[in-house]
Ligand binder design. Structure first.
Ligand code: NI
Length: 275
């Protein structure tokens, strides 16, 4: 079984000491690929260095909405050139709107639009962070779509209700569920998970945050994406294998990454034939 964790922050301090052990555990759990998010372009050098150590990583570059005040006239060029000069970059983000922790609404919207433009110019998907801003964000995306054309993307660590979910399905977006979907009290989010068509479904940890049940409250890590997959499989009445295969296929399609390498099993099989 192969899983893709579509949102990690392995560059955070909390992982510095034991990244190799983390890698052992994610490989054991079947995680074959990870998409590394980016909160601000200044992180990118460090993230690239991680991708040199861990070849399973694909990268994003962008500015988080809670960092929107750091946007400078040269930031668009900075993100564009980092994204286009590094072939491991598969997305722009994380970007979006967060009206839960900040009220610089106009600034956040302008920064979101600027990054949508970059994504469109480079033909890359966007990784969207959205908190307490589903309707304004859906409106912004629809408006952008009408004036500039479609952009591909994913609502990461999704926490919306079914009505909000539908708004993003309508603009063609994928919906990515994190550990939150395993929480007992997350009924609205689970209702959203049930309604998302399986070909638009992604899974992630958003580690180090939001560890899924049964690790809730602990430091989150990529291997725990398996708990997210197990929980979603139950909720969507799919078997785990099918959910893993479907979400991996979706991630490869959205981010343009190669399908998980199944050669380890294949080569064993071939070896058994030739012996
Ligand atoms: Ni994130």
């Amino acid at each position: 079984m192969q899983l893709i964790d579509t949102h990690v922050h392995l560059n955070f301090e909390v992982f510095q000491e034991d990244l190799e052990a983390l890698q052992d555990r994610w490989r054991e759990a079947g995680v074959s690929r990870l998409v590394h998010s980016c909160v601000e372009p200044e992180e990118f050098e460090g993230i690239k260095a991680l991708a040199d150590r861990f070849p399973e990583l694909s990268l994003a570059v962008g500015l988080h909405p809670l960092e929107a005040q750091k946007w400078k006239p040269e930031t668009a060029n900075q993100i564009r050139s980092l994204a286009s000069s590094e072939e491991r970059v598969v997305a722009i983000g994380e970007m979006g709107l967060d009206f839960y922790k900040a009220d610089n609404y106009q600034q956040q919207k302008a920064v979101a639009r600027a990054q949508l433009e970059i994504a469109q110019q480079l033909d890359l998907p966007v990784i969207i962070h959205c908190r307490d801003a589903a309707t304004p964000l859906a409106e912004l995306l629809q408006e952008f779509w009408q004036t500039n054309g479609a952009v591909r993307g994913v609502m990461h660590c999704w926490g919306g209700n079914p009505e909000e979910t539908q708004q993003f399905l309508d603009v063609g977006f994928y919906i990515s569920f994190s550990g939150i979907v395993t929480f007992k009290n997350a009924k609205q989010i689970q209702a959203s998970a049930e309604m998302v068509p399986s070909d638009r479904l992604l899974i992630e940890t958003d580690c180090p945050f939001l560890a899924p049940v049964p690790r809730r409250g602990k430091r989150n890590e990529p291997s725990y994406v398996r708990y997210v997959a197990e929980s979603l499989a139950l909720q969507k009445n799919m078997n785990l294998e099918a959910l893993a295969a479907q979400t991996s296929e979706n991630a490869c399609r959205l981010f343009g990454i190669d399908p998980p390498d199944s050669s380890s099993t294949d080569s064993n099989w071939l070896a058994s034939l030739s012996s």
